[in-house]
Write a protein that binds this ligand. Structure first.
Ligand SMILES: [Zn+2]
Length: 274
């Protein structure tokens, strides 16, 4: 299936009905919340086995919290399901500790399970959500929803979008790869002149990359010492796990930036040795 066509003009509402929203989560910790949300999907017959899915989601959380900022978490798992995608949303009045990088509690949890036959879906969801959350007016409506139907209405408006909304000629994957090289060098080199040059180069590249992408890049660099991984023979070099075949062939030879569905690092085509 061609992901671009499949998701063209797709909204969260295409995958959501009001019964997939818990307006007041009972849970007060992360695992309880995940279970409570999965129970809804089981009840709706959108998933069969809760246990292995829960394990998968927790494993993913341990690699890197899916609390993506703005008090929202996006736990997810790529699982063979009957449908394309299952979404369930929970709101917590008190807030839940989700091991967020900014140490802030999470109030909205959007749990997503999707079928591996739709490569890149996570990228579209992530991009759509990030674009949505960047707008203060939308965030306000999201957190001030007074009941289930209001919350449903707001979330339904989230549009799935391409990771890169603007198709510029500049090669963003290469830029990001270069930036990573420079940032690693910056840490090593002691010579003042060299450092100055590296800072200048890094600033130049940063001017061309979008804010959300850079925020994520910096968080990954801080946490792992690197943020961008190459795709080598179908496997992400950041976590050594194979990516879906469709996604792999989409990445190969492209200059686009993807997000590894397993480790959350940026995933790009393998650079030719020069
Ligand atoms: Zn990975």
């Amino acid at each position: 299936m061609e992901i671009k066509n499949f998701l063209k003009g797709s909204y969260f509402s295409d995958f959501l009905n009001p019964s997939q929203i818990i307006f007041d989560l009972k849970a007060n910790d992360k695992i309880q919340a995940l279970e409570e949300l999965l129970d809804v999907l089981a009840k709706q017959k959108l998933i069969k086995n809760k246990k292995p899915i829960l394990t998968r989601i927790i494993d993913r959380e341990q690699l890197e919290s899916t609390a993506i900022g703005h008090s929202v978490a996006l736990p997810h798992a790529r699982i063979d399901t009957d449908g394309d995608m299952a979404v369930v949303i929970g709101r917590s009045k008190e807030g839940i500790d989700f091991d967020s990088i900014d140490n802030k509690s999470v109030y909205i949890i959007i749990l997503i399970i999707w079928n591996p036959s739709i490569p890149g879906l996570f990228n579209h969801l992530f991009a759509g959500l990030a674009q949505f959350l960047r707008r203060p007016g939308f965030r306000k409506r999201l957190f001030e929803a007074k009941n289930k139907s209001e919350l449903y209405k707001v979330i339904s408006e989230i549009e799935l979008s391409l990771p890169r909304p603007d198709d510029k000629i500049i090669s963003q994957a290469s830029l990001l790869w270069k930036l990573q090289k420079i940032e690693i060098q910056k840490k090593k080199r002691a010579a003042k002149e060299k450092k100055k040059e590296l800072v200048m180069q890094a600033d130049l590249i940063r001017q061309e990359l979008n804010r959300a992408l850079l925020d994520r890049f910096d968080r990954l660099m801080e946490r792992y010492g690197f943020a961008v991984a190459e795709l080598d023979e179908g496997a992400c070099q950041g976590c050594n796990i194979n990516v879906a075949t469709g996604m792999s062939s989409a990445i190969e030879g492209s200059n686009d930036i993807y997000v590894c569905e397993n480790c959350g690092k940026f995933l790009i085509a393998k650079k030719k040795k020069s």
